[in-house]
Design a protein around this ligand. Structure first.
Ligand code: ADP
Ligand code: ZN
Length: 815
């Protein structure tokens, strides 16, 4: 008799306020060995059975035990989460105000959190069942007759229990496969090899009747090629079927075995090993700073501020190499959009199969496979977009965040985390180094580097010492005054003509954030808006439809105005399609590749278009933000920005920063190689500091100016910011709740806290729900934030309208 009993504390997969805490379960003896912190378990919860994560293990004297329910099953052999990630989930739920289960789910691959079903199959190489007790033999036969049986169903059969099934699985008589939807999470392949020598096989061949052609073909194959071979290959080589091979296995002449395979999305590419490049002096200095941080084994953060083409990636690669040699692991985050095959190739060429790649283009199964390589320690480098920050490494030495200023590092759904903050947290846990790399750092990062909170290294020159392209700013108001109503200024037109005549290539960027082609009635001024979202509909030329880019609503373009029945419908704005048409009109015969949400929504389209452009199949690459970064084409000598200022008037305190960053990024696209480059920026605000300073490469001045303004208007990094977004189908009810929330947050005026609003959100209605927001600024240095957070989480008690939805978004640095 055991004196102590093991208790698991479990966060259950039931997202509600009441269940947002650990529940205690007893760990039955049979599951003791498998239950760890981070395990996924199945537990009874009220009348249901639910999934949960073990977040703590304790013991209690058995006498003290009131009746606890027991864990039903442990779902994985290796717990998907490490104890560190469980702690991280608690931190996330606290600082980003989300449920613990939401934070835990965010860290595991989709296949582990979806609906799952565990199926039993007969193991393909089950040993003879003769020695088995009757009940077990019947169980196996029954499963075999059905091919596959849900585990839960098998457990209801008479005489069947978990212990028996576990044993049969261990003895390789049964196989347990997990299904999510239709997909099995494990892919297996059967390998076949001869059980006898070629000579012996030749003798067997004599025993086979000549008409058994297919059996003979298999044997002949192995007589000549005795090495093992995947079954599908064997079948196609010997022109036979699985059952034929099965007969030879039964005779004991061949053996076969089921093996797990990883779905390797890069499987077809062979990567040639590329050794490290000799570094430039500047690169060496940057690397040395990183190495000294790595060697200190303390949490250190380094801002690597290097212009595009300054060789930051080579520095990352060598820092990762050093990390691996220390016996540690590295995570590299890159924005989804930069996670191109070119990028992956550079890592695979250096580290070969030591790299796992996580990006959204993978199927759930592929993603799971890559993730398992990380969890099992099979790879030591993980490269991926935002959520790769949760890579379950246990000896993390280095985290690189490339293009650290990118807004895609912030998740817009719960948990609304910023990958940079998560990186800093993990670095503290592991004593790891964080490298933030960018040509245009976030204003916050720049400020923290300048004030000595981060270390700061710069790479001010391009590796090949190529000069930066000259930038011309064209005032489009002036063009209009001169009678030019085209989308193209005279300067851009001339430059493009010359560029194409020289046989070079151009990139044209349409800064389209918050800007699109909309349709207006010239008689009454009515713009066509989405009936569900209060957003202008976007005109799509290809099928003459108007579409809402938020909810997907689509309608035909009306021939008369729905408001006044006027007949003068006009298209405004500058969609990529319109630019494309204008290009065709102004430059007959020009070859254009257009890249925007419409041409790249199919898997692999992005890559295909870039490849086509790279191989010279077009003169112009025309696109939205997605073409601004990471591209490196030697023949591009002209970059044109159609309208630089369309992002300037967004209701976002980062509007100027985003504009500046975008313009700097696109300039980096031209003249990276032998040919000199030029940039033409068209704008209606040539005097705006973000446009003007970007055009003159006055990086320092921009950051100083921006910091001054942020300080003056009190925005991060000079304060912390919470935005409470409330939505409701009824406008009056929403107003009431929003006011209640604002009043509660304002009560007794917490020191340093400023409550703004409620005001309509930047998108005031979406999918038939009205939206309002309350903004709260606080001083990062004061203790008020603790009180503030408590109030925010208590809003739940005040706002008890079941139709109301609300969430809190956190901005600014978190310590
Ligand atoms: P960044 O990441 O800063 O934009 P990259 O690492 O992509 O810069 O480097 C730009 C180009 O310079 C790449 O083609 C890269 O292979 C090359 N490069 C980088 N470092 C060196 C070096 N030390 N010697 C020679 N070429 C280099
Ligand atoms: Zn809509």
């Amino acid at each position: 008799m055991r004196a102590d009993r093991r208790i698991a504390r479990v966060i259950v997969d039931v997202p509600s306020k009441e269940t947002d805490r650990p529940f205690d379960y007893e760990v039955p003896d049979s599951l003791l060995a498998d239950t760890e912190i981070g395990s996924r378990v199945k537990v009874p919860f009220g009348p249901r059975t639910v999934m949960g994560y073990v977040v703590d293990l304790t013991t209690a004297p058995s006498a003290s035990l009131t009746r606890l329910k027991a864990i039903i099953d442990v779902l994985d052999v290796t717990p998907p989460l490490t104890p560190e990630l469980v702690r991280l989930a608690f931190w996330l739920s606290e600082v980003y105000l989300c449920r613990k289960i939401t934070a835990l789910h965010a860290m595991v691959p989709a296949v582990l959190k979806g609906r799952y079903q565990r199926m039993l199959r007969v193991h393909p190489h089950t040993p003879p069942a003769t020695a088995l007790p009757d009940a077990e033999r019947r169980l196996i036969e029954r499963i075999e007759s059905k091919q596959e049986v849900p585990l839960s169903q098998a457990l209801t059969w008479p005489g069947v229990n978990r212990t028996i099934i576990r044993r049969l699985i261990r003895e390789k008589r049964l196989l347990l496969v997990e299904h999510v939807g239709d997909r099995a999470t494990l892919r297996t392949v059967t390998w076949v090899k001869p059980a006898l020598s070629p000579d012996e096989l030749s003798r067997c061949l004599a025993d086979i009747p000549t008409r058994a052609v297919r059996q003979r073909a298999v044997l002949e194959h192995f007589i000549h090629h005795p090495e093992e071979i995947p079954l599908p290959d064997l079948l196609s080589r010997a022109g036979t079927t699985r059952s034929v091979v099965g007969k030879l296995v039964e005779k004991g002449w061949l053996t076969w075995e089921e093996r797990e395979v990883y779905r390797d999305p890069y499987g077809e590419h062979a990567f040639e090993h590329k050794p490290p490049l000799p570094l430039t002096d500047q690169q060496q200095q940057a690397l040395d700073t990183i190495l000294s941080a790595l060697n200190s084994n303390k949490e250190r953060t380094i801002l690597l501020h290097g212009v595009t083409g300054s060789g930051k990636t080579e520095v990352y690669l060598q820092a990762i190499d050093a990390t691996i040699r220390q016996g540690k692991q590295a995570i590299v985050l890159v924005p989804e959009i930069s996670l191109t095959p070119q990028m992956v190739k550079r890592f695979k060429e250096r580290f070969g199969s030591d790299v796992a790649v996580l990006h959204s283009g993978l199927s759930d199964g592929e993603r799971y496979d890559e993730w398992r390589k990380i969890r099992s320690g099979e790879v030591r480098v993980a490269i991926g977009a935002r959520s790769a920050i949760f890579a379950p490494f246990e000896q993390l030495g280095l985290i690189v965040i490339d293009e650290e200023h990118e807004s895609s590092y912030k998740q817009e759904e719960q948990p609304k985390y910023h990958a940079r903050d998560v990186a800093l947290w993990r670095a503290r846990e592991h004593g790891a180094t964080v490298v933030l790399g960018s040509a245009t750092p976030a204003v916050e990062s720049y400020f923290l580097a300048r004030t000595g909170v981060y270390e700061w290294v710069t790479l001010p020159q391009r590796v090949n010492n190529r000069p930066f392209p000259t930038v011309d700013v064209v005032d489009m108001r002036e063009e209009l005054r001169q009678g030019n109503r085209s989308l193209f200024s005279r300067k851009l037109r001339t430059s493009l003509t010359q560029c194409v005549e020289r046989g070079e290539q151009a990139v044209l960027l349409l800064n389209r954030r918050g800007y699109s082609t909309f349709v207006l009635c010239r008689d009454c001024g009515e713009a066509m808006t989405c009936p569900h979202c209060d957003i202008s509909l976007t005109y799509h030329q290809t099928n003459r439809t108007l579409r809402c880019h938020y909810c997907g609503y689509a309608t035909q373009v009306p021939s008369t105005c729905p408001a006044c029945s006027g007949k003068h419908i006009r298209y405004f704005g500058t969609g990529t399609q319109r630019v494309e048409e204008e290009l065709a009109r102004l430059f007959p015969g020009i070859r254009v590749i257009r890249m925007d949400v419409d041409t790249t929504n199919r898997k692999g389209a992005h890559e295909r278009l870039l490849k086509a452009f790279g191989s010279g199949q077009a003169d112009v690459l025309l696109g939205t933000q997605m073409i601004a970064k990471g591209l490196d084409f030697p023949r591009v000598t002209l970059v044109g920005v159609i309208a630089a200022d369309t992002s300037l008037y967004l209701p976002d305190f980062r509007a100027a920063e985003r504009t500046f960053q975008l313009l700097m990024q696109v300039s980096g696209r031209a003249g990276r190689h032998q040919l000199p480059g030029r940039v033409v920026i068209q704008t209606y605000n040539p005097e705006h500091y973000s446009v003007d300073l970007a055009a003159r490469y006055e990086v320092e001045s921009f950051y100083r100016q921006e910091c001054r303004l942020r300080k003056q208007h009190r925005y991060p990094p000079f304060c912390g910011l919470f935005t409470v977004l409330l939505t409701h189908p009824d406008r009056a009810a929403l107003m009431r709740s929003a006011h209640q929330a604002a009043i509660r947050l304002q009560q007794d005026q917490l020191p340093g806290v400023e409550v703004l609003g409620p005001v309509p959100a930047p998108i005031p209605r979406l999918k038939d729900r009205y939206r309002m927001q309350v903004m709260v600024k606080y001083n990062v240095e004061t203790d008020s934030v603790t009180d503030l957070m408590r109030r925010l989480s208590e809003l739940e008690d005040i706002l008890d309208d079941p139709r109301l939805k609300w969430s809190v978004d956190r901005d600014g640095r978190i310590d």
